[in-house]
Design a protein around this ligand. Structure first.
Ligand code: NA7
Length: 537
């Protein structure tokens, strides 16, 4: 039974993934507000509701990919593998929704297509695809950062007689590749996860690579009973690590410089990290993302691994022809990605040298060849961070479109608020550290901060919170400064910069100063009476 719509809502939340579920719980159960969540999908899960492509799996380890607010929830839930796959994450979020009785305040199958701030009433009016309008005092977006599919506008796509899919909009019933000639475009985390799985059943898989990428083995495996017991016993300590380190993961980046060790020690450290697998490879040296000469050693180690795994020298050379620093793009982790190119039914095509020109009725054409295909998989990423927000067609004070305010790139304060858009909060917005961090940790911090801010207003009989142009200018400068001391902006093809979407402004979007520092900044803002925000009645 959906909650009553209409004028008595205090808050509307868009999205029922990790962020929307927890924001609902906070506002409804802790503040007693009337809240409605609007969700386009027919179930909870957000990004994980849509990402069901073969091999879709989280790159955070399962014991860190949880909410941390409830000890009981943590203790009763048990993950089965080192990294949770998409189906298990949905089971987890289903469990959370049931356990905290959240479903009754979520309207599924409801896509938001517009939102407008009514200054006189101090309310947000939200329009759904079905033409319904709901209003509330607060509007909170929980729409994720990687949820707006980027399907390149290749001419001829509509003429293709086979099937095509974007990985982020995967059919719920799955796709059968058995005996098919499959083309996969894109070699980010998604393409790297999907390639080995599709290769197992396809007649032939052609991977179209524009930008070569590093990858470290995930070494996924079922969790042992001993590990599961260790996690439960150490819940408090795991939580403490996740809340105090820079990336929200359950491990610390080593406090050791790449310059402190001999070449032999360095090689041994990299070998050990490779054997352990996963994102911890990035944690070998504290200056790996700060000092190019240190990063070069990691890059060389990883390229040598590619050359050792891949038997055909030309394919190996193309896979190892990587031109960005390691982890300056979100670093993929994989299960047999490079080894998959040793299969007879897999080939690699360089579409930087000969770009894709068109999709034809029977396949794909590059500048120098035709590839007959039955199925095309677009692992081409997302209009990241800003895409999901701009798609909501948000109009602020005086009808000003968010798209206009962000014409030259996103501008906000703390990733949370935009001047001219009172009472609108953006969970994991651009300018927040979320995408450089283990997501649930970033989400919990945002949802709790927003909850605290709304509670503060209510306690004082105030009705409106809005950041200022000056606070935004300062924050945008901080975001730039934080990025520029790292090697991150050196990956020119990265979605952190919006580079994968033609025409998108090139701005480094996430806050790269680390989750711990960000949390401290937000806490200081609160302590100073919401410095940088104007609170009014
Ligand atoms: P990514 O990391 O943005 O990767 C997309 C890939 O698709 C990347 O290799 C792109 O090459 C490629 N791409 C995009 N457009 C084209 C065109 N027009 N032609 C050829 N190749 C193209 O997205 P993912 O889904 O893999 O991962 C997103 C995040 O999800 C990931 O970082 C994790 O945080 C989870 P490019 O590099 O732009 O040359």
């Amino acid at each position: 039974t959906p909650a009553p719509a209409g004028r008595d809502l205090d808050a509307l939340i868009v999205g029922a993934g990790f962020a929307g579920l927890y924001q609902l719980l906070c506002l409804r159960d802790r503040l007693g507000l009337k809240v409605q969540v609007l969700e386009a999908g027919d179930g909870v899960g957000g990004t994980w509701y849509w990402n069901r492509y073969p091999g879709a799996r989280c790159d955070s380890e399962s014991h860190a990919y949880n909410y941390t607010f409830s000890k009981e929830l943590f203790e009763e839930w048990e993950w089965s593998e080192r990294y949770p796959d998409h189906a298990e994450i949905r089971r987890y979020l289903d469990h959370v929704a049931d356990r905290f009785d959240l479903r009754k305040d979520i309207r599924f199958g409801t896509r938001v297509v517009g939102a407008r701030y009514d200054e006189a009433a101090n309310r947000w009016s939200v329009t759904t695809e079905a033409g319904e309008t709901l209003t509330a005092q607060f509007l909170i977006t929980a729409v994720g950062c990687l949820s707006t599919a980027n399907v390149p506008k290749f001419p001829g796509l509509e003429s293709f007689q086979g099937q095509w899919y974007h990985t982020g909009q995967w059919p719920q019933e799955g796709v059968d590749f058995t005996g098919k000639r499959v083309g996969l475009i894109g070699t980010g985390s998604t393409g790297i996860q999907a390639t080995p799985v599709i290769a197992q059943t396809a007649a032939h898989l052609t991977v179209f690579q524009r930008t070569a990428n590093y990858s470290v083995p995930a070494h996924n495996a079922p969790l042992t009973p001993e590990f599961k017991a260790w996690v439960k016993e150490n819940h408090a300590e795991i939580r403490r690590i996740m809340h105090t380190n820079t990336n929200g993961q359950a491990f610390f980046i080593e406090d050791r410089s790449g310059h402190e060790v001999t070449p032999e020690q360095r090689q041994a450290l990299y070998e050990a990290a490779w054997a352990k697998g996963g994102l911890q490879f990035r944690g070998v040296f504290r200056d790996m993302l700060l000092d190019k000469s240190v990063n070069d050693t990691a890059a060389e180690f990883l390229k040598a691994k590619i050359r050792a795994i891949v038997k055909d020298p030309a394919t190996a050379a193309l896979l190892a022809d990587i031109d960005h620093p390691y982890a300056a793009k979100r670093p993929p982790i994989d299960t047999d990605y490079f080894a998959t190119f040793n299969r007879d039914n897999v080939s690699l095509v360089n579409v930087r040298a000969a770009p894709i020109e068109a999709i034809t009725p029977t396949g794909l054409r590059t500048k120098d060849a035709e590839y007959p295909l039955d199925i095309i998989v677009f692992a081409t990423g997302y209009d990241a961070m800003t895409g999901p927000l701009l798609k909501l067609n948000i109009l602020g004070r005086g009808g000003q479109p968010l798209a206009k305010a962000w014409e030259a790139g996103p501008r906000n304060y703390l990733g949370l608020q935009v001047a001219g858009f009172p009472n609108l909060f953006t969970i994991t917005g651009p300018g927040s550290p979320s995408v450089l961090c283990n997501m649930p940790v970033a989400i919990e911090q945002h949802a709790e901060w927003i909850t605290g801010c709304i509670a503060h207003l209510r306690d004082r009989g105030l009705a409106r919170v809005e950041t200022t142009e000056a606070a935004m200018a300062e924050w945008v400068a901080k975001v730039n400064e934080a990025a520029n001391v790292t090697l991150l902006p050196q990956a020119h093809h990265s979605w952190y910069l919006g580079a994968n979407v033609p025409g998108k402004p090139r701005v480094f979007m996430p806050y790269a100063g680390g989750m711990a520092r960000y949390r401290a900044i937000c806490d200081a803002v609160t302590e100073k009476g919401y410095e940088g925000f104007v609170l009014s009645d």
